[in-house]
Design a protein around this ligand. Structure first.
Ligand code: FAD
Length: 387
């Protein structure tokens, strides 16, 4: 009975690679709603300034991956139903009514995350807002901005700041809008966030804090974005980076336990012992982390488990380099429930912020500018995410 992986993002392909290092015989299927190209998703928010096309971001086609992994890869194929009793998946090919079935021995969900639904905006152009969460989106957006100059970005979180950094360097005029007072406000203390804000502003990004989009109308010269604080932005394109949510629909329909993500234990096992999950779709022992490092750790241990040596995942401290190259920033956010306070040291070259509890234990940190040199030392001292 084959091992079947749903999803060919970094989670699905990393798992397949790790599994093949241990087992070259068991038949392996990967199923993907997209074209199955192997690419590095983090590059989507750092490639405009390098003039990269979607094609150039693709490292290997599904055919190449199929040869590398001795696996069958079904592309443009959506899994629409999991029948756990009969260990059968129902598949539907893109653009076709026709459905087919496939059996699995063990099933791995690597279905990723999708952009959160946008709030309702007034105006006749509210459907023209772009999002970028895969290569196809990147291609659509890149095509749409050709010959345009002005971009309004909604959301100054990790991905929004990276796009601001990238698009300003690609020569666009960038307005960055966020509900919070400073960029990366949920991840950085104010001093560090303001530091990043000033650097982006120095390079030309116009930051509109503590406000949000009210309406978006077509105008003679492009679009007019009206903010709740009264600001009006004449713009050509609006790109939203307002967060992601795990793709849990399929798991939910199959009666698997889900919360914010598909609930799995540290063996990456769902509430069904034949089904596992990893990557953006999974909530691992209560942790939902939309980053690459955790999914790589999960892929390594899950490959061993699938190979008959059950192995638990362990997350240490996970520092993430935000790709704001104009002002390098590294975050290692404390858990939302961690009790402590920020201790901040800063000068004109950057900010070092350490989140410590009463006993002085390091629970998280944030570094900007030259202070990123403290990353390795602080990572080794920082409390791991999982004990
Ligand atoms: P995805 O890449 O979303 O893959 C999901 C797969 O599932 C796709 O192949 C999809 O077609 C398939 N699928 C879904 N549903 C079905 C179905 N029903 N049937 C068949 N197939 C299905 N992380 C970092 O650590 N550092 C960064 O700098 C960073 N930058 C980022 C920048 C951007 C712009 C974005 C969007 C994310 C960034 N991330 C970053 C996050 C990181 O890229 C993700 O955590 C990671 O790529 C998730 O991989 P995944 O395989 O879980 O999901």
């Amino acid at each position: 009975m084959p091992v079947v992986i749903i999803g060919t993002g970094l989670a699905g392909y990393n798992l397949a690679r790790e599994f093949r290092k241990l087992d070259s015989l068991t038949s392996l299927f990967l199923i993907s709603a997209d074209d199955g190209a192997f690419y590095s998703k983090p590059l989507l928010s750092a490639s405009f300034s390098h003039g990269k096309t979607a094609q150039q971001l693709c490292n290997s086609s599904s055919e190449e991956m199929s040869r590398e992994l001795y696996a069958e890869i079904l592309v443009h194929t959506r899994v629409i139903l999991i029948d756990r009793l009969n260990k059968t998946l129902t598949l539907q090919q893109e653009g076709s009514e026709h459905v087919s079935k496939i059996l699995y021995g063990r099933l791995i969900l690597a279905t990723g995350a999708k952009c959160r639904k946008l709030p309702h905006y007034e105006g006749d152009a509210h459907t023209d807002i772009f999002r970028i969460n895969n290569l196809r989106d990147y291609h659509r957006f890149r095509t749409a901005v050709t010959g345009r100059k002005r971009i309004t970005l909604l959301g100054a979180g990790l991905i929004g700041c990276e796009f601001a950094n990238d698009l300003i360097q690609a020569g666009f005029a960038v307005d960055l809008v966020d509900l919070q007072a400073w960029p990366l406000a949920t991840l950085l203390p104010e001093v560090a966030g303001r530091d990043l804000q000033h650097k982006l502003t120095n390079y030309g990004v116009r930051f509109h804090g503590e406000t949000s989009l009210k309406s978006i109308e077509r105008s003679n010269s492009g679009l007019c974005a009206q903010l709740h604080n009264g600001d009006k932005i004449e713009t050509d394109i609006v790109l939203a980076a307002l967060g992601l949510e795990a793709n849990i629909g399929l798991a939910n329909m199959a009666g698997l336990q889900v919360q914010r993500g598909i609930t799995v234990d540290r063996y990456l096992q769902t509430s069904d012992p034949a089904i596992y999950a990893l990557g953006d779709c999974a909530e691992v022992d209560g942790h939902q982390l939309f980053y690459v490092a955790p999914l790589i750790a999960c892929a390594r241990v899950l490959a061993q488990t699938l190979n008959g040596q059950p192995c638990k995942v362990h997350y240490g401290a996970i520092p993430v380099a935000v790709k704001t190259t104009l002002h390098p920033t590294t975050i290692c956010p404390p858990s939302p429930t961690a009790e402590g306070h920020w201790q901040v040291a800063h000068d004109s070259s950057g900010v070092r912020a350490e989140y410590r509890n009463r006993n002085g234990d390091l629970l998280g940190f944030a570094l900007t500018g030259n202070a990123i040199t403290h990353r390795d030392r602080l990572s080794s001292q920082c409390r791991p995410i999982m004990d």
